[in-house]
Design a protein around this ligand. Structure first.
Ligand code: PMP
Length: 292
């Protein structure tokens, strides 16, 4: 059955925070001669609010600032200003369970590799958002990607930089075309890295194992999950993870702001049927983001 046509994002209704002002959704435009568009001088964040409370807003906006610094530019609004803008915007759009997308990019004063005289633009967009993977607790299927995460010498891999998502989109498209939900990406060494938009954990003999985040984002959800698992008495190993480890694992799951805790039920043709520990951690994470 054909999916219902979605309203394109630029034709939706609501309000957007744009360079310090709240504007009508459809007026939040930029010129085609924007450096961010041509040269990917652009960073962004992905944040969620639950029951009207923004989860880890300060940490996300600090990472936003750090992402820009790694791309050699400075966001011209403090973390506190961005936090206040987000609260105002959620109220203005009457949203309590939302996805929040801050984005910052270089403007149009220069159209060349060098761009240090460009103005930095910042927008915050909020929209209604449910689970990223509809079947997050039933389990998703990952395809091993041919695309690999670059080394820290080859890319600013600690930045949530738009350009780094080029290979994620390619990997995700290939996986989806082959009937999978997402891709599992190795790093430049051939070690397990992450999926296209979330971190990965393995459960091996009751302990958690997750790759060291030395060439990809050390996700805010990843760090929280490690903390929750340790508090729950589990052993957690951050270490080099190989595909052999994935074969040995009894359970696999992903973590991320959008993905939350998402069970993985298959990687290529290897199936995982266990899910007890993943369900337990997913519950702890749900209680963390939606405290009663
Ligand atoms: N890796 C990538 C490539 C991502 O896009 C994300 C989502 N920001 C993550 C990991 C998870 O990060 P977080 O838990 O901070 O959302």
């Amino acid at each position: 059955m054909a999916e219902p046509a979605l309203v394109p994002f630029d034709q939706r209704q609501g309000s957007i925070w744009y360079n310090g002002r709240i504007v009508d959704w459809r007026d939040a435009r930029l010129h085609v001669m924007s450096h961010g568009l041509h040269y990917a001088s652009c960073v962004f964040e992905g944040i969620r609010s639950y029951n009207g409370k923004v989860y880890k807003m300060g940490e996300h906006y600090q990472r936003f600032h750090e992402s820009a610094r790694l791309l050699d530019f400075t966001i011209p609004h403090s973390v506190a200003e961005l936090e206040a803008a987000t609260i105002e915007l959620l109220a203005k759009n009457s949203l309590s369970d939302a996805y929040i997308r801050p984005v910052a990019w270089r403007g149009s004063e220069q159209m060349a590799i060098a761009a240090d005289k460009t103005t930095i633009h910042v927008a915050i967009i909020v929209w209604d958002f449910g689970p990223y993977f509809g079947s997050r607790l039933q389990g998703i299927r990952l395809q091993l990607s041919r695309w690999r995460r670059p080394s820290a010498e080859s890319a600013p891999c600690k930045s949530k930089a738009a350009g780094l998502y080029t290979i994620c989109t390619l990997a995700k498209h290939e996986a989806q075309r082959a009937g999978f939900d997402d891709a599992l990406m190795l790093d430049y060494r051939g070690l397990v890295a992450e999926s296209t938009g979330s971190n990965i954990f393995l459960v091996i003999d009751g302990a958690l194992h997750t790759p060291c985040p030395d060439c990809f984002l050390d996700g805010i959800t990843r760090r929280k999950l490690i903390e929750l698992a340790k508090q729950d008495g589990m052993q957690v190993f951050e270490r080099a993870i190989s595909l052999d480890d994935c074969d040995k694992a009894q359970e696999v799951f992903l973590t991320g702001t959008a993905a939350e805790v998402t069970l993985v039920r298959q990687i290529d043709d290897k199936s995982y049927t266990e899910k007890t520990i993943t369900m337990r951690l997913a519950k702890l994470y749900d209680q963390e983001v939606r405290p009663q």
